[in-house]
Write a protein that binds this ligand. Structure first.
Ligand code: BDR
Ligand code: CA
Length: 315
């Protein structure tokens, strides 16, 4: 089967970085047309630099990297240095990457690439705030029929919020963009905190990755060791949740996950619950299904997949 064409839209972030590595490890299944970056965990100047660093580390300077929106569609920017460190990727050594930054703006790239594609042919994989994707859809609705699927990290139902009591970070940062995406009518799979909080990067799992000994595995282990500190303290868990790579794992091995078709709506008005995802899991409204909500995962299988794929960078 031909590799699936994807555009990754991210805000690295340690877990975004691991999602990029997982995608780059799997060229038979995933053809990465481009990597778009957005302001999120840290400002845009750092997220684009971090994405290019990951291309260097993985030896994939052939993948074009674009910078997009510097701030959310309506609200002021929120960042998360207190989790990710000032670089966004604390835990690995920072350097000036050779992978160039493309001149074209990420939103223009998304619009142009989709308009030039066959219908239903490109999958979008957003792992940060949805600003670039929401802006592209708003600017040029004709892109929609080109989208095969959107597999995104964002939202929370049973777990509650991680950046406010009711909202997950990516949804809280740009709820207006999220509202556009969930209303777009294309097939969506949402990886929210209910599932990402099940894939814990325990010390044992991180050590197995580090022991692979290749540059990608070592960078991953370094970043996950840093990530470990904040989340284990906050949640009292055995490891930090590895949010963003769930999107790529779903594309590679969907059988690892349990999903349910739901309606998902995003709060954009209430100050108190801004960015909350109202997931109609029990179908208590007549709102139509607009997404698959992911609620279960084989965490052991997920780490087997990740470890096996990162081993590929060793030769
Ligand atoms: C999401 O927010 C960011 O901190 C992570 O990179 C992930 O995309 C989790 O809420
Ligand atoms: Ca992210």
């Amino acid at each position: 089967m031909a590799a699936r064409s994807i555009i990754i839209d991210c805000d690295p972030g340690q877990d975004d970085a691991v999602a990029l590595f997982l995608a780059m490890s799997s060229p038979e299944e995933l053809d990465i047309l481009g990597i778009c970056t957005v302001a999120g965990n840290v400002p845009l100047g750092l997220t684009q630099r971090n994405a290019r660093m990951m291309c260097d580390i993985a030896g994939r300077d052939d993948v074009p990297v674009f910078a997009g929106c510097e701030r959310p569609m309506v609200l002021d920017a929120i960042t998360a240095e207190y989790i990710h460190g000032n670089t966004g990727i604390d835990g690995t050594e920072v350097f000036e990457p050779e992978t160039p930054l493309q001149e074209q703006d990420a939103v223009d790239y998304i619009v142009e690439t989709l308009l030039g594609a066959e219908d239903d042919s490109i999958t979008l994989v957003p792992t940060g705030p949805l600003t670039n994707v929401g802006t592209a859809i708003e600017r040029e609705p004709a892109v929609l029929r080109k989208i095969e699927a959107i597999v995104l990290m964002g939202g929370a139902m049973r777990e509650g919020g991680n950046r406010s009591p009711s909202a997950e970070f990516n949804m809280l940062v740009d709820p207006h963009a999220a509202e556009i995406v969930f209303g777009c009518g294309r097939p969506i799979t949402a990886m929210g905190l209910d599932v990402t909080h099940q894939v814990l990067a325990t010390r044992e799992r991180v050590a197995r990755i580090g022991a692979l000994g290749n540059p990608v595995a070592e960078a991953t282990a370094g970043m996950l060791s840093f990530f470990h500190r904040y989340d284990t303290k906050k949640y009292g868990s055995e490891g930090a949740p590895l949010h963003d790579p769930c999107t790529v794992a779903w594309l590679l091995q969907p059988e690892l996950f349990e999903t349910r078709a739901c309606n998902i709506a995003v709060e954009t008005k209430s100050k108190l619950t801004m960015g909350h995802t109202a997931v109609d899991f029990w179908h208590v409204t007549d709102r139509p299904h607009n997404a698959l909500w992911t609620y279960g995962v084989d965490a052991g299988g997920f780490y087997e997949l990740l470890t096996d794929r990162l081993a590929r960078f060793g030769g």
